[in-house]
Design a protein around this ligand. Sequence first.
Ligand code: BG6
Length: 515
Amino acid sequence: MTQTTVEPNPLQESIRLEKIPEPCVMVIFGASGDLTRRKLVPAIFDLEAQGLLPAGFAIVGVGRTPMEDGSFRSYLHEEMKKAGHLNARRASLWDEFARMLHYVAVDASIADEFHRLREALHAINTDHRAGSNYLFYLATPPSMYAPIIRHIGLCGLNRPQRDDAWVRIIIEKPFGVDLESARELNRQVISVFNEEQVYRIDHYLGKETVQNLLAFRFANGIFEPIWNRNYIDHVQITAAETVGVENRGAYYEEAGTLRDMIQNHMLQLLALTAMEPPVLFDERQVRDEKQKILQAIKPIRPEDVQVYTVRGQYAQGTTAGKSVPAYRDEKGVAPDSPTETYVALKLTVDDWRWADVPFYVRSGKRLPKRITEIAVQFKKTPHHMFSGFAGDRLSANSIVIRIQPDEGISLRFNSKIPGSRMNMRPVTMDFRYGAAFGGRLVEAYTRLLLDCMLGDPTLYARGDSLEMAWSLVTPILEGWKSNAQSRVFPYPAGTWGPPEADALLHADGRRWRLP
Ligand code: BG6
């Protein structure tokens, strides 16, 4: 079933982006990096194309490489063209947009250089009538976060210059590498900025379908009464990617899947799936409820990693009919690397609603299919009155929320096959975003950057929830390191991870869904 009652909406209406933020200068540290060209500039350009940028707006790229504004503009123009962001309709907007782009060469590790940056920013602010509002974006390697934050503080750029102005900072992941480093980073950030100024980005929270999870659960009356241990057998959360580590081998060697995907995106998805209904959809209530779930997840102790975790690493294999190298043969990766590219976990949420309901979470690179989904598996019917007719083909109901691609929600139930016999098989009712709403979905970064400019942190991770997530992940890292039995199991690229991950569910009499 596809819902067809919704009128095809213009993008602006369907994505609820109606407010235009106050003028501001967005300052991107790490201007020549991947993130700036792949995500940030396209996201801001998207806002411009939708008429959602304020009249007074400028982007200032900050980097070590000396560059004129003109070269910065041409560089980004080329990158935007290459990535297909400048179609015929949008190409004409570029010249106007390019006038907002500036570049200041600064060695961010040197405090004195920030005085020059401050002068440059003030001049750009005046030229663009940006209202003395500043949005700093840390898109550098994480080792630069602490010095940049300190130096912003030392030159006074952390405080608004006027009573009616604001200063905010967005910090990219990885936010620390374990609990201790995350705490330390939080301490550094909070010694320079107030918590209300700090926006810790997790781009999964900006995905349209992730937000729809809240709408699905809390704007409908029929799901919430059955969303608990009385009706739900277990939950599977999957984020599968077909890509390998691409050109990020060096980063990935330090990170691995647990830090790269589970600590942030996957635990956020779990929290949104499991949280209690907030009283209001506001920053405080939503984030408080998510935090309670993270607190309720039972930590996996280092000595239990063998029982509740499986890690894998892709070996040479085939993806989309093409032979692809093993992780250990990727650029920047050690030939004997122990870094995991796949993780499966069994987690439990120790609260009244979820007691004894396992949450199986898995994420990996070089899997057969790109898909992120949350599958809620309901319990079987208490009595099988059709057992003589349908044999084993009947399955328990499930609701699958497809985060990406082919965004939508499916309900699986059993149906009679037409004919004279009472034969049955499972069928699905499908809601598809594309069919119901038309148009394309807004990119996560577009939504999140706009929210930050509007001063709404609801879809950003709070400091305490980041620390909580690290406190769940750190003992696993310790267990993997200290436990001689714990191994990284190889899996051929293009398969669904190591067989040991199947065994994790088989031990409970369950199996992974084939997405
Ligand atoms: C990033 C990870 O945070 O998320 C990447 O660093 C991963 O390794 C990416 O590929 C996945 O994001 P998306 O939006 O493509 O699912």
